[in-house]
Design a binder for this molecule. Structure first.
Ligand code: ATP
Length: 304
């Protein structure tokens, strides 16, 4: 999962203290609960905006010496297409996202966005091009409207409402005691995991980036929410270069390409249909999930 470090209380404090001074990148890390490892170095050129093509070339990476986490990982996400990454917990999926965001730099290999090596670019400019929907977005102790607006400080009320409509949040917000002015976060109304992910989707809609990272929730949502979020993701990722860290294989059946990670290496790649025909790890994971879903359906039916 794309989250580590920073206790939330401290973040809330920092946020309130310096709301307007915060640059985009730091806000992003707060939302991700990540701490950037690569500092902003003055004078680095900025990413030249393009269609958002992403290339990983022979990437090796380790957090600690002697414990390789990624080995010789290469892939290409053409403009506007979706690449899904699957694999067991710890196989290195989230690390790919962290490298793309320049939270860390690779030990070997290059990461290119629109042909530009990210290592030679200002990290802030890279992060501005990327929207992230983490599985467990941080909420600040503020109104739901302001929480959505963190996607883009300065968004108008109309833009916030439009984004929450697209993220299927609007009807829900209308039911809250003070609608868009309702307080959420630790001291506000309770927000479910699925709703949090929708808030993150609304933030991403406001940001409107060419590249999107979607970290699918691991915690089981009910099938209706899961379906709704899959649909929203589908719309959000249309015409954007998208990297999905997938846990539910049903969400990625239509991905343009899928890579299967094991111990930091890509062990299989192809479309859903190609990978099923291969009868390898992906096909096994797929069968396993099908069986779990059937059990769930049967269980659901017997309890009603
Ligand atoms: P999950 O599905 O559980 O989120 P993942 O496939 O995304 O797992 P990563 O988070 O990329 O896996 O982690 C890959 C490996 O790197 C794991 O062995 C993990 O323990 C290790 N790791 C992750 N973050 C750090 C860190 N900050 N410092 C040291 N090791 C780390």
């Amino acid at each position: 999962a794309l989250q580590v470090c920073l206790p939330l209380n401290a973040l809330g404090f920092v946020y309130r203290e310096a709301r307007d001074a915060w640059v985009n990148a730091e806000r992003l890390f707060a939302l991700l609960r990540e701490r950037p490892d690569i500092p902003e170095t003055p004078g680095l050129p900025r990413l030249r905006a393009g269609p958002g093509e992403v290339v990983f070339e022979h990437i090796d990476f380790q957090y600690e010496p002697g414990r390789p986490v990624l080995s010789d990982v290469s892939f290409h996400i053409p403009h506007g297409t979706t690449l899904a990454v699957v694999g067991r917990s710890g196989s290195g999926k989230s690390t790919l996202a962290r490298l793309l965001l320049r939270i860390y730099d690779p030990d070997r290999g290059r990461i290119l966005i629109d042909g530009q090596d990210t290592r030679q670019l200002s990290p802030d400019s890279v992060r501005r091009a990327i929207g992230v929907v983490p599985q467990d977005a941080a909420l600040f102790n503020d109104t739901i409207s302001n929480n959505i607006a963190y996607g883009r400080i300065g968004a108008t009320t109309q833009e916030i409402i439009a984004a929450s409509k697209s993220a299927h949040l609007h009807d829900l917000i209308e039911l809250l005691p003070e609608q868009y002015d309702t307080a959420v976060g630790e001291r506000g109304v309770k927000i479910s995991g699925g709703e949090k992910q929708r808030i993150a989707i609304a933030r991403a809609i406001l940001k409107n980036p060419p590249i999107l990272i979607f970290d699918e929730a691991t915690s089981a949502l009910d099938l209706d929410s899961e379906h709704a979020i899959a649909q929203e993701l589908d719309r959000l990722s249309r015409n954007r270069t998208t990297l999905i860290i997938a846990h539910r294989l049903s969400t990625i059946v239509n991905a343009h390409a899928i890579i299967v990670m094991e111990r930091g290496r890509i062990v299989e790649r192809g479309t859903h249909a190609e990978l099923l025909r291969r009868k390898g790890l992906y096909a096994r994971l797929w069968l396993l999930q099908q069986r779990q879903d059937q059990d769930l359906a049967r269980h659901g039916a017997s309890s009603s």
